[in-house]
Design a protein around this ligand. Structure first.
Ligand SMILES: Nc1nc2c(ncn2[C@@H]2O[C@H](COP(=O)(O)OP(=O)(O)OP(=O)(O)O)[C@@H](O)[C@H]2O)c(=O)[nH]1
Ligand SMILES: [Mg+2]
Length: 428
């Protein structure tokens, strides 16, 4: 089954907690700090596997979790790091963060990988905090929580050229004639229900990947027929091969077909008409084809090449392949996303001074709330049962300018301040 969209939840492993422990020595009640660090949680990494061609696996696997890091041990033993979890995806998979709609990764190269949810760092044990000024720290960090998010996977097949046209014009017959792909071919509409890819070898040694796509009809970009959901598979192609039934064997006018399909390509979000196009006039073996070809050329306004062929009798196929290969050589690489559609470009964690970004806002009940990714993480790693950990947390907030920002908002000593679901008393 061909599946090209899926929504799943991912949760990276939490870091293990650091611990507080002490060395025991003869006659010494409390030796040096001996608590080890927690291990790191496993990250969830998506990696391109060229052997995969569908997102079918994600129909059954809706929750993916990586393992947590181990807690630190006594004798300064480091807790074990959890292994990263590698999830294989087909080439051409775009991973969106559902909450923001932004792209986390666009996985197109063979072997390309991306961290989709980062494992939490292990918390430090008290041994790690020992300094010459504080030889016996009695605090430790909690493990950092692993990232958790809902992601949408969209497969947009990776091909150099895409065959587009009305149903039954012969797209699947063409790809079957020039590659090893064996799609179903039949004299009824919408025989092809998902894209088929084929590697095409040109007699002069060049080669390219061709995609045979489901037929389009008028209104496809608005969802008519199989519609819009398949137009996304044209997005990554650099050249469009527009197939027409030049014999008009189903009673339609080939030129009108051509205009209708181009209107759909134009209305699609990326204006696919900007791509180089080659017109393939198929079914030249049928009666009336030659006259129709002349009429078609006379009405054609664009200067696209028109290649007459017959996929059935294999006539003129090489001329078609040379034209496609030549056009591909000149075609530019198309980038299908804008820079600002990517998560990392929108959610830089640090501001210009290299301090974490945060905001101070008033909740409906009047209490001031501090939000910000790094501040919230720091908060989660603080062990509030340890006096010293709390002190360190407040010190860091001061260093990052959170205190200052609160004061500027009018927060005074003794007022309540919120981070996540917790409340504190603000003390200068
Ligand atoms: N006479 C003739 N018939 C052809 C030619 N090419 C394809 N056909 C026939 O046209 C019919 C439709 O061909 P397909 O290749 O399935 O058409 P398609 O464009 O892939 O159709 P959809 O998948 O439904 O969009 C089949 O019966 C083919 O045998 C040709 O060059 N000449
Ligand atoms: Mg087909």
């Amino acid at each position: 089954m061909f599946i090209d969209e899926a929504i799943i939840k991912v949760k990276a492993g939490d870091g293990g907690d650091g611990i507080v422990a002490w060395r025991r020595e003869f006659k010494v009640e409390r030796g040096g700090p001996f608590g080890g660090n927690g291990g790191n949680g496993g990250s969830i990494i998506f990696k391109v596997d060229p052997g995969l061609s569908t997102l079918l696996d994600f129909k059954y696997q809706k929750h993916i979790r990586a393992k947590n890091g181990e807690r630190g041990g006594t004798k300064v033993q480091h807790g074990k790091n959890a292994p990263d979890l590698i999830i294989r995806v087909p080439q051409g998979t775009t991973v969106y963060d559902v909450k923001t709609g932004l792209i986390i990764a666009d996985l197109v190269e063979v072997g390309q990988d991306a961290v989709i949810a980062k494992g939490g760092r292990g918390g430090r044990g008290n041994a790690a905090f020992a300094t010459s000024r504080n030889v016996a720290p009695d605090y430790c960090e909690l493990g950092e929580p692993g990232e958790e998010r809902e992601v949408k996977l969209v497969l947009k097949v990776l091909a150099d050229v895409g065959l587009v046209g009305f149903p039954s014009v012969g797209k699947s017959t063409i790809i079957a004639a020039v590659s090893a792909a064996r799609p179903k071919i039949a004299p009824y509409h919408f025989t092809t229900l998902h894209p088929n890819l084929g590697v095409v070898s040109v007699p002069d040694g060049r080669s390219f990947v061709m995609a045979d796509l489901p037929g389009l009809i008028e209104g496809a970009s608005q969802g008519a027929g199989l519609g819009f959901q398949f137009l996304k598979h044209i997005e990554r192609t650099r050249v469009i091969v527009h197939v027409v039934d030049i014999a008009g064997s189903e009673g339609r006018d080939p030129y009108e077909d051509y205009v209708k399909i181009n209107n759909e390509l134009k209305s699609y979000k990326m204006n696919l008409l900007k791509r180089p196009q080659i017109i393939v006039a198929n079914k030249m073996d049928l009666p009336g084809a030659k006259e129709n070809l002349e009429k078609f050329k006379a009405r054609l306004q664009e200067d696209y090449p028109v290649i007459p062929i017959s996929a059935a009798t294999r006539e003129n196929l090489n001329a078609m392949l040379y034209t496609i290969a030549d056009t591909l050589e000149k075609a530019e690489y198309v980038s299908i996303y804008e820079e600002d559609e990517f998560f990392e470009n929108q959610y830089l964690k640090l501001d210009d001074d290299n301090k974490p970004k945060f905001t101070v806002e008033q909740d409906p009940d009047g209490v001031y709330r501090v939000t910000g990714e790094l501040i919230e993480r720091l908060f989660k790693m603080t062990n509030f049962n340890q006096h010293e950990s709390v002190r360190r947390f407040s010190k860091t907030l001061r260093k990052y300018g959170v205190d200052q920002a609160l004061r500027e908002k009018g927060v005074k000593d003794g007022d309540t301040v919120r981070i996540l679901n917790y409340e504190f008393e603000f003390l200068d």
